[in-house]
Write a protein of this length. Structure first.
Length: 369
């Protein structure tokens, strides 16, 4: 965890150095400006740690204000750096082709800033437009009829995404009328307005086959006991290396491997719990937060999240490099399927750029007439 934080801060600090160097180039060089830029870069780089400390003190208003300021800036900075890099590459290409670049440093900085601000606003609006993605699966393992499963993932309920956000999700789910609702991790995230209120919102859901959840990495980062208490109060059956049956459908869930880094309890193996389902030839749906595929675990469909579809383009390239999969449906060997949700909420910046939030409706249909 310490190594991850160190690398993250190094990258974040480098982004500030790059962005603030653009400001330095267009303003008169003075000692006061240099000191102000160094101080701003230092404070802004450490702002996620400052926010974490404020949240630990349970200072709700301060946490709320610092969260919005820190994460909106984080989103803007990421978009600024990506846009500025494109401008720099275009300027370099123009120089190589002996073409005149039309923008001076001041106009370039203004153009980059306005474009980044526009993308931030669009991404903020996009993050609130929850889409319903439908997946249809036909299988002989289902005796007859069909079963619908609604998947939500990566809500990150907390100080920034609270009751109003959850009400919109509940309304969408109620309109879909699924047989089963599953939550594939990262449901809670830090301090919230009123977690009892949020839990009661979930209890208004009517799903005849039940509500099931698993842990994600943020359930461990926040606090495992706190997260489990919330999920159970919300009416979810938490599957931790366990399986549950709903007719010819068997649901199994495993903990997130982040538990190994935090030293908290983990149940990562569901093979023993699935032995009976395999013997009965049930259709097995495996809930696993991160989209790693374990060849030793029997399943027909794995539902995952975690990667947010990248959340802010072009960040989606990194999850693809890390996991080798993309959001949406992937066909694996032995007729198995993997579905990776883009997630329903946001982490960090309340922004989604070309990776809209989703609720997934999976219809498992019998192949038998």
């Amino acid at each position: 965890m310490l190594t991850f934080m160190s690398v993250a801060l190094l990258i974040y600090g480098s982004m500030h150095l790059y962005a603030l160097s653009k400001v330095w180039l267009v303003l008169p060089h003075t000692a006061w400006l240099a000191a102000a830029l160094v101080l701003a870069g230092f404070v802004l780089t450490l702002s996620p740690l400052i926010l974490w400390q404020i949240a630990r003190l349970n200072l709700h208003t301060a946490t709320l204000l610092t969260s919005w300021a820190s994460y909106l800036w984080m989103g803007f900075l990421f978009l600024f750096c990506c846009t500025a890099l494109l401008f720099d590459l275009a300027q370099l290409l123009a120089a190589l082709l002996a073409c005149k670049w039309p923008l001076n440093a001041t106009n370039g900085l203004l153009s980059i800033s306005l474009l980044s601000l526009g993308l931030l606003g669009y991404g903020y609006f996009s993050a609130r437009q929850i889409q319903v993605e439908e997946v249809k699966i036909i299988t002989p393992k289902l005796g007859s009829g069909k079963v619908t499963i609604a998947q939500i993932s990566d809500l990150h309920l907390g100080v920034m995404l609270g009751d109003g956000f959850l009400q919109r999700i509940i309304a969408k789910l109620q309109g879909l009328q699924p047989d089963i609702v599953v939550a594939t991790g990262d449901i809670v995230d830090g301090q919230g307005d009123d977690f009892n209120l949020l839990a009661n919102r979930f209890r208004t859901l009517q799903a005849p086959g039940g509500l099931y959840a698993i842990t994600g990495n943020h359930e461990y980062i926040v606090d495992l006991d706190h997260s489990l208490n919330f999920l159970r109060k919300a009416g979810f059956t938490v599957l931790r290396g366990e399986a549950a049956s709903a007719g010819s459908i068997t649901l199994a869930g495993v903990d997130d491997p982040t538990s190994q880094a935090t030293g908290q309890e983990a149940r990562l193996d569901a093979r023993a719990a699935l032995a009976a389902a395999v013997a009965k030839n049930n259709y097995i749906v495996l809930l696993k937060h991160q989209p790693d595929v374990d060849t030793g675990t029997p399943f027909d469909l794995q539902l995952s999240g975690h990667i947010h579809g990248g959340q802010i383009f072009p960040f989606g390239l990194l999850p693809w490099l890390a996991y080798g999969v993309h959001s949406g449906l992937t066909r694996l060997d032995n007729d198995r399927l993997l579905y990776v949700s883009r997630g329903t909420g946001t982490w960090g910046p309340p922004v989604r750029l070309f990776a809209p939030p989703e609720i997934t409706l999976i219809t498992i249909q019998s192949a038998n007439p």
